[in-house]
Structure formats: structure tokens, C-alpha cells
Design a protein around this ligand. Structure first.
Ligand code: E4P
Length: 217
């Protein structure tokens, strides 16, 4: 399972990269705005800065919603760095653009996916990644994990190569459950990765070992 971090914060990206388990980064316009990154040139530079920190794929989202606009913006993003994956919303024009990108060797991440039917369409169009937002489904009392399981079943039935990128991850149990269901990738905040480290028996066990080790000195 690949671990992506879902942030545009360079310090957090560096911290996750330093842990040695980071496979990529996802961003979206809200995450860029949260970091105060505004203006086209600054945004493009920020994507390049992220690519310099991580070795893996970096999703950069288009804001155009018409086919020509998505293609123009996506090409500009893809040309920034070989690690860039163009993030395209799950709308009709987006699906047409994903088909175009897939035929022109530009990798894509189909975002804002909330149903198995949408995920099927993204795979048919040739998306590299599909991003089902499980946390946002859980927020409205709908089982986000069931969606991950349904997409896994459908993709395996037909051998689709589109990777399931479990997005809108909120906590460590989302990560563990997505791993159990066979999601190819998870993207979440740094806390969802750091949380995997924690167990009280590890802490108390280490404390005892260190105490007993003092007798060796
Ligand atoms: C996915 O790529 C999105 O950036 C993200 O996971 C959305 O998460 P949120 O629901 O916590 O905003």
C-alpha cells in the first residue's frame, strides 16, 4: 500500500518524507489556500517545491471545468515536473479530459468520487488513480469503507489498472481498514500516518526495557 500525504504544507511533507515511508502527495485548491498560496505563478512554483521534497507522485488539481480548459491547464501542470499527476474532477468534461490525457501519456487522478459507478467510469476513461472520498461519506452517515470494497471488487472483476487512492482519510483506522480492503494507496493528514506508531504497550514495554537495561551499566 502506498502512503500519500494530503497537504500542501512543506514542513509536514518534509516530516513525512523523513520518516521514510512517503510515496507521494495529494493537494487540492482548499489545501493550497490553507497555506496561503495564491496567484498562478506561486501555485506552480509550490508544486515544483513539493516535487523536490518527495520522490513519488504529486497530484495537482485543475480548476477549469470545461474540456478545453481542463486539457490546457492539465498540460501546463504535467509539464512542470515528471512527478506531477493531473487531478481532474468527476464531471462529464472531466471524464472526456481523462480519456484525452490517457491517450497522450499524461497521468491523472480522478477526484471527488463518491460512488462505485463514478469509479467505474473513471477506470473506463483510463484514469491512473481514482479518489473515493471516504471521510466525507462517513461525515454524512454513509459507509465510506463499503465504497472502497465495492470499487476493489469491480476493478478486480475486469482487471482495471486504475489504482484506488483512498482519499479523505481522517484517522489511523481508516488507513488500516483501507489496507485490509486492498486499496492501492491512501492519502491522509500527517496525523493519520504518525498515529500508526502509537500503542500504549509499546510505550510501557520500552520504559521497562530501558529501566532494566540500566542494570547492565
Ligand atoms: C483528496 O485528494 C483530497 O485532497 C482529500 O483527501 C479531501 O479530504 P477532506 O475530505 O479531508 O477535505
Amino acid at each position: 500500500m502506498k502512503f500519500f500525504i494530503d497537504t500542501a504544507n512543506l514542513d509536514q511533507i518534509k516530516e513525512a518524507q523523513d520518516l521514510g515511508v512517503l510515496d507521494g502527495v495529494t493537494t487540492n485548491p482548499s489545501l493550497m489556500a490553507k497555506e496561503g498560496i495564491t496567484g498562478r505563478e506561486n501555485i506552480l512554483q509550490h508544486y515544483k517545491d513539493i516535487c523536490e521534497i518527495v520522490d513519488g507522485d504529486v497530484s495537482a488539481e485543475v480548476v477549469a471545468t470545461d474540456f478545453d480548459g481542463i486539457v490546457k491547464e492539465g498540460k501546463e501542470l504535467a509539464e512542470l515536473h515528471p512527478q506531477i499527476v493531473v487531478k481532474v474532477p468527476m464531471i462529464k468534461e472531466g471524464i472526456k479530459a481523462i480519456r484525452y490525457f490517457s491517450e497522450n501519456d499524461i497521468r491523472t487522478n480522478c477526484t471527488l468520487v463518491f460512488s462505485a459507478g463514478q469509479a467505474l467510469l473513471a477506470a473506463k476513461a483510463g484514469a491512473t488513480y481514482v479518489s473515493p472520498f471516504l471521510g466525507r461519506l462517513d461525515d454524512i452517515s454513509t459507509d465510506g469503507l463499503q465504497l472502497i470494497a465495492d470499487i476493489r471488487l469491480i476493478y478486480d472483476n475486469y482487471g482495471f489498472e486504475t489504482q484506488i487512492l483512498a482519499a479523505s482519510i481522517r484517522h489511523t483506522m481508516h488507513v488500516v481498514n483501507c489496507a485490509k480492503l486492498g486499496a492501492d494507496v491512501m492519502t491522509g493528514p500527517l496525523s493519520s500516518i504518525d498515529g500508526l506508531l502509537k500503542h500504549p504497550l509499546t510505550d510501557s514495554g520500552l520504559e521497562k526495557f530501558l529501566q532494566d537495561a540500566k542494570s547492565f551499566q
